[in-house]
Design a protein around this ligand. Structure first.
Ligand SMILES: Nc1ncnc2c1ncn2[C@@H]1O[C@H](COP(=O)(O)OP(=O)(O)OP(=O)(O)O)[C@@H](O)[C@H]1O
Length: 386
């Protein structure tokens, strides 16, 4: 899965931009506020129909405009053909999605086509923030390798909504409550099974990658909390909390309460690691997902890496770049100075595309004496050695 060209209209400070002839590795550099992150935001919008900053999608729309539009053309993994995607977000909340020129009904169809992973200065919050982000992380991974997961997840959401509504109606909903509890128990167990199987593959890969990123880290453990006492089946757990669920009016236990925890020498990584180490551990999680996706689904995701050097010294930045290169996924990576990334990217003789962003425009560097040969509009292409 790779992106070959991108057209951006009215995404933050990017009014009208066309980028093309991407390589596997794409370095985007420019001064603060020039629009580097906005390019990554545009790619994220194309793959997820939303911003990666957790802010409202409306903030993506350039001030004074009614809508933003991103269009991308790419190549499917293993040369399985080409695809085109289009996303339009309007200030009034309307969203329209297109896949190969046809209207798409759900964001999941988009996510399936263009899996994107973000590594940025906020990445450490995957460890330190609310469990919802970690569940989302887990679901993202399972979604891309287990095709039965998403329909089951939708069923589970329907069941829990119905059961909660039955719980709130008290005795009036007796039989209905039983029926929804049975359905929920079945669906929740399936969700847990899919997650567990995925987790079992993810955990060793994660340890292996973090072992390379942070060789001195100590004993590392990734734990999955399934959302109820693991000695019980989900059906037993629901039975045991029935009265309390009725009092509270909602289902307290289940996959909707699952969490991931990273432990280092028996302590929570979120409490003990430095900010840079946390970022590296999160890189380990995201890189492990990319590897697993390739191994289990023969597909690769696109990494959007915003300001890699922030929080990381050169040696650790280099290790992350080594891992990104080894995964053979397409990477869009931003930095302020041209050489911030080029000096740490592994030299395998492979071509890199380098883009210079200035005031929302991507400029050719043809006139600069040190610039390599220009091969396309707005683009220079060079060996990673330079
Ligand atoms: N909705 C919007 N409309 C117009 N401009 C916006 C909007 N939202 C943000 N901007 C501006 O877009 C510019 C580019 O922001 P962006 O985050 O892409 O910069 P950047 O190159 O990544 O900078 P940095 O190196 O500081 O992270 C900023 O000046 C920002 O204020």
């Amino acid at each position: 899965m790779s992106l070959d060209q991108l057209t951006i209209h009215n995404v933050r400070n990017l009014r009208e931009l066309r980028l093309e002839a991407f390589e596997r590795t794409n370095v985007i550099y420019g001064a603060n506020g020039s629009g580097k992150t906005s390019i990554l935001e545009a790619i994220h919008l194309l793959g997820m129909a939303r911003s990666f900053r957790g802010t409202s999608a409306k903030t993506l729309i350039s001030h004074g405009e009614a809508a933003c539009v991103v269009h991308g053309v790419g190549t499917l993994s293993s040369g399985r053909g080409r695809y085109s995607l289009g996303v339009e977000r309007r200030l009034n909340g309307e969203l329209s999605l297109k896949i190969n020129g046809e209207a798409a009904r759900t964001i999941a169809e988009l996510v399936e086509r263009l899996p994107v992973q973000v590594i940025n200065a906020d990445s450490f919050s995957l460890l330190t923030g609310a469990p919802q982000a970690r569940r989302h992380f887990l679901n993202w991974g399972v979604f891309h390798v287990e095709h039965r997961f998403f329909p089951e997840w939708q069923r589970f959401q329907r069941c829990i909504k119905q059961r909660n509504s039955s719980l709130r109606r008290g005795k009036l909903a007796g039989q209905e409550l039983q029926a929804w509890t049975r359905e929920l128990a079945r669906s929740g167990s399936m969700i847990n099974e899919y997650r567990q199987a995925y987790f079992n593959d993810l955990a060793p890969l994660f340890r292996e990658i973090v072992g390379r990123l942070l060789p001195q880290i100590g004993s590392l453990e990734l734990r999955l909390r399934q959302g109820w006492d693991k000695r019980l089946s989900y059906s037993e757990a629901l039975e045991a909390t029935l009265n309390s669920d009725q009092e509270k009016g909602f289902t307290q236990l289940g996959p909707q309460r699952a969490d991931l925890k990273v432990m280092v020498d028996g302590h929570a990584a979120a409490d003990t690691l430095s900010r840079g180490q946390q970022k590296l551990v999160v890189c380990g999680l995201k890189l492990a997902q990319g590897r697993l996706m390739r191994a289990l689904a023969s597909r690769s995701c696109i990494y959007l890496v915003d300001d890699l050097p922030s929080e990381l010294d050169q040696a650790h930045s280099r290790r992350v770049c080594d891992e990104l290169e080894a995964i053979q996924a397409q990477v869009f990576i931003t930095c302020v100075e041209r050489n911030d990334v080029l000096r740490v990217w592994p030299n395998k003789g492979e071509k890199l595309a380098v883009f210079h962003v200035e005031h929302g425009l991507v400029e050719s560097e043809l006139e600069q004496s040190s610039a390599p040969q220009l091969q396309g509009n707005n683009r220079e292409s060079q060996s990673s050695h330079e």
